[in-house]
Design a protein around this ligand. Structure first.
Ligand code: BG6
Ligand code: MG
Length: 214
């Protein structure tokens, strides 16, 4: 039976995609090209440097590693400025209730995020106390779809992978969960998240009791 829930952060608990978008768009503008909301969709769940590579491809630019690092840092500076103003109002529908329910049912909880900024977001939204373990982008060496982030989370919780459920909004995250040998719930559309065991529009649409039945 299920003993732990592991949550992705961006797109599952909070809507930070809009801030990533603002910052990447600003960087593209400085570099002299346009970056659209549609382009931004390709960055969901993708690490910071891999996101930059996708953006540079859109602009038809090839740059040296040193320059790329500087650009990624500039983007992150703006992003941190945006998320520093976040508060609990930006928690996605159903997320807080779901986390509280986990606590009531005695389920362990872990964060499994690619973001190096996860701690600031958890602090500003007041979500930090709902997690037993926090694995963020500073603690892993391989990005999703590698299962590292979730395996490390399960290990620190002391729960075997088969007793874990992962909640993810990105395809790469669903694959990471599957490769970790965990069950997974996709938050979003079945069109892109079909590989999940169950897909729902938001955390407000999942019943923990239902998950317990199988
Ligand atoms: C993921 C986001 O959670 O974290 C990506 O979905 C983001 O869009 C990645 O690029 C890395 O985040 P950060 O905050 O370390 O740049
Ligand atoms: Mg996500």
């Amino acid at each position: 039976s299920i003993k732990a829930c592991l949550f992705d952060l961006d797109g599952v608990l909070v809507d930070t995609a809009k801030y990533h978008f603002l910052a990447w768009k600003r960087l593209a503008a400085e570099l002299g090209f346009e970056f659209t909301a549609q382009d931004n969709e390709k960055l969901k769940g993708v690490s910071r440097m891999a996101s930059l590579d996708i953006l540079l491809k859109v602009g038809g630019l090839e740059l040296e590693d040193g320059v790329k690092r500087e650009l990624a840092e500039r983007k992150n500076g703006w992003y941190v400025e945006y998320i520093s103003k976040m508060d609990a109002a930006e928690i996605l529908p159903g997320a807080l209730g779901f986390l509280k329910q986990c606590r009531e049912l005695g389920l362990k909880t872990a964060l499994g995020s690619a973001s190096k900024n996860a701690p600031i977001i958890l602090r500003n939204t007041g979500l930090a106390p709902y997690f037993d373990v926090i694995i963020d982008g500073t603690r892993t060496s391989s990005a999703k779809p590698d299962p590292e982030v979730f395996l490390l989370g399960a290990e620190e919780l002391g729960v075997p992978p088969e007793a874990c459920v992962v909640f993810e909004d990105a395809e790469a995250g669903i694959e990471a969960a599957r490769r970790a040998g965990m069950r997974c719930v996709g938050i979003g559309s079945p069109d892109t998240l079909g590989a999940a065991d169950l897909v729902v529009p938001s955390l407000g649409d999942v019943s923990l009791n239902l998950l317990f039945q199988n």
